[in-house]
Design a protein around this ligand. Sequence first.
Ligand code: MGD
Ligand code: MGD
Ligand code: SF4
Ligand code: MO
Length: 672
Amino acid sequence: MHEETAIRRSACPYDCPDTCGLLIEVAGDKVIGVRGDSEHPVTRGFVCRKMNSYERSINHPNRILHPMKRVGQKGEGRFERIAWDEALTTIASRWKTIIAEDGAEAILPYSYSGVMSAIGRHGGIAFFNKLGGSALIRTLCSSGKGAGWASLMGSSVDLDPREMALSTFIIIWGSDVPATRIHSMPVIQAARKRGVPVVLIETYASPASALADETLLVNPGSDGALALAMMQVLVAEGLADRDFLAAHTVGWDQFEPTLADYTPEAVSELVGLPADRIRDLAIRYGKAAAPVILFGSGPSRRRNGAMNCRCVALLPAVAGAWAKPGGGTIGFGSAPSPVNGATITRPDFLERPVRSINVNCLAAVLSNPDLAPPIRSLYVYGSNPAAVVGNQRSLLEQLARDDLFTVVHERFMTDTARYADIILPATFSVEQADIHTCYGYRTLMVSRAAVPPPGECRSNWNTFRALAGVLGLDDPYFLRTEEEMVEHVLENSPALQTMLDDAGWATLREGKGVDLRVEAPPVFKTASGKIEILNPSLAEPLPRYLPVEEDKYPLRLVAAPSAYTLNSTFTEREDLVAARGPQTLRMSEKDAVARGIRDGDEIVCFNELAEVRCIARVGEVMPGTVVTVGVFSAAAAPGGLTANALVRERISDMGEATTLNDNGVEVRLAGN
Ligand SMILES: Nc1nc2c(c(=O)[nH]1)N[C@H]1C(S)=C(S)[C@@H](COP(=O)(O)OP(=O)(O)OC[C@H]3O[C@@H](n4cnc5c(=O)[nH]c(N)nc54)[C@H](O)[C@@H]3O)O[C@H]1N2
Ligand SMILES: Nc1nc2c(c(=O)[nH]1)N[C@H]1C(S)=C(S)[C@@H](COP(=O)(O)OP(=O)(O)OC[C@H]3O[C@@H](n4cnc5c(=O)[nH]c(N)nc54)[C@H](O)[C@@H]3O)O[C@H]1N2
Ligand code: SF4
Ligand SMILES: [Mo]
C-alpha cells in the first residue's frame, strides 16, 4: 500500500547566511525527501549537500526521542529513559534548591546557533529573564567583525550577494564560499565568465580558490595591515576618490597622513606578500569601476580582529566604490532584523540586573573558585559547547564534576549531552513553527510544522513553556502555543509593515521566502550620516594596524569551516563524516620538512593547554600557519580532544568575540 505523499514548505534553520527555502516531501508523518524551493528568491531550487539529504538526519536511528537521565559516569554516555514529568520535576526541584541557597544566577543557560529561527533561538531568553538566571553574552562567531564594521559604518547594511551581478572586480576575503555561501557561487562564476577578475585572500588554498583567478596567501591577523597598504597605494597612485571622501566621510583629513606608515614595502613581511603584489592588487582594485569585497568571519576571530575588519571595511570608501552599483562589501552589515526582538526575549521580565557571562569563557567560568555565586547548573540548548568552544580539555573536566547539574536539550548524543544529568529530546525545524530571518540576504520566511514531532520530542519553545509551568512562572506569555507566538511576533513587529507590501505578506503567509525592502548604501546609518573614519567615542579613534603580543609557540592555528558539516551539526551523519575524513592539520611543505613530517603522518599538535592528535596534510598553506577544517566530535577523536582544546579563552579587541583563529601551537610526529 502506498501512503499518500505531499510537499510542504519549510526553511533551513541552520547558521548559514543563505537561509534557504525548502520543499519537504512527506509520506504520512514521515519526511522522505528534501530539496530547495525553486520559488525562493535566493535558493532557486538548490541546497547544499548537507540539506539535500536532510531526511537522513531527521529519521536518524540515533535520534533522541525521549527524556533521559544519566545512569553512568559523566561523559560515558549511558542513559535511561524517563517520563517528561520526572525530567521536569527533577529539574524544578534541583533548581529550587539552588535558587534558595545561591540565587538564580547560579543557573547558566548556554545556547548558541544550533537553531537560528527567531523563537527557537531567542525564546529561552525570556524564560531565563523571568527566572533571573545568569545572562549569556553570545559572541562565539562574528561579533568582532560586527563591532569593526559598526565603528565605521554604524548600522549600515552592505550589498546583497546577488548585486555581484554588477561588480567588475571581486575580492573574496577569508570566506570559504563553496562551503559557507553556496548561493553566491553562481553569481561569482557568472561574473568570471564576463571577465571579472576574482581574487581570494586566504591563509590556505581553501576550496574557494577554485572560484578565483588568483589566491593570495597572507599571514593570519595581518589583514588590517594589507588593507592599510592598499589605501596607501590608492592615495599614492591618485586612485583615492576625493569627491566621495569629501561628501560621505568624516575624519579623512586626520587619517590620510597616517597611511604614510603603511607602504607595501613596510607591511610586506608582516602580511607575507611581496610589495609589488600588494601594489598590483591595490591598483587593480582602485581602477575597477565597481569593486566588491566579499568578507568572511575567519579574519575577525582574533585579538586584533575587529580593528582588522574596520580597516578592510574602509577600502570601498577610499575607492569611492559605494557610489557604484555592484561596488562595496558583502558580509559585514546584515539588514536590521524585521522582527521586534523584545516581543520574544522580554527584557521587561528581568526584575533586577543579572551578571553576564561570555560564551567563549565557559571553562574559565566553571573553574573559577571566586565566582559568586558559582555556576551550579547549566542548561544547554541549541549548542554543543564541549565540541565548539575553546579550552576543551579543561571544559570536559569541569563538565564531569558531580556537583554541576547539567540539563541538555538535544537531538543527538553530542559531546555535551554525554555529560548531562538530564537530556530532553528536541525537535527538528520541520516539526515546528517559526520565523526565519536571514543574515546573508534580506529575506524572510515563516514556517509551519511539516510533520509532527516523533516520540516525545519538544521544540525549544514548548520545553520552556513546560519548564515555566513546573517552576510556577505563570506569566500569560508562556501560555501561547508556538503558532500563537509566531502570530504575536509578526503582529508586534512594526518594521515589517514598512519592509513588506500586501503581495509580500501574501507570499510570506504561503510559507515562501520574500525579499524585504531595506535602505542600503549610499545611505549610511551613522550618527553623522557619513562613514566615520574618525570615531572619537572609541579607545582607538582612527583605524590603524593593531599589533598583538607574539605567541611563544611558532605556528598559528586557524580553524576553517567544512562543506560536509556545519559547526558540530551534521556530525551525527556517518555518510557526511566519512566523506569529510579524519581530523587533519594542513601545513606548508616548509613547516612539514622542518619537522620531518610527511603528508598522511600521525602528528600531535600542542600548546600549553593540550595535545591533540591528527593527521598531517601537506599542501598550499601560508608557511607558519596550520589549518584545521571542520568541527569534530571529541568523543570520537583519538585521544578524546579536538583542535578546540588548543584555543585559549581570550576575547577580541572589540565585540567580546571569540579568538578561535589566534592561537599559537607547535607540531611533532606522533610517538616522538
Ligand atoms: N558547510 C558549512 N557552512 C557553514 C558553516 C560550516 O561550518 N560549514 N558554518 C556557518 C557559520 S556558523 C559561519 S559563522 C559561517 C562562516 O563562513 P565563512 O566566513 O566563510 O567562514 P569562516 O569560518 O569565517 O572562515 C573563512 C576562512 O577564513 C580564513 N581565515 C582565518 N583567519 C584568517 C585571517 O586572519 N585572514 C584571512 N584573510 N583569512 C583568514 C580561514 O582559512 C577560512 O578559510 O559559515 C556558516 N556556514
Ligand atoms: N574548531 C572550530 N570551532 C568552532 C567553529 C569552527 O569552524 N571550528 N565555528 C564556530 C562558530 S562560527 C560557531 S557559530 C559556533 C557554533 O556552535 P554551536 O552553536 O554550538 O553550533 P553547533 O555545533 O552546530 O551545535 C548546535 C547543536 O544544537 C542542536 N540543535 C539544533 N536544533 C536544535 C533545536 O531546535 N533545539 C535544541 N535544543 N537543539 C538544537 C544540534 O543538534 C547541535 O548539537 O562554533 C564555533 N566553533
Ligand atoms: S545550510 Fe545553507 S545552503 Fe544549506 S540549505 Fe541551509 S541555508 Fe541553504
Ligand atoms: Mo558562526
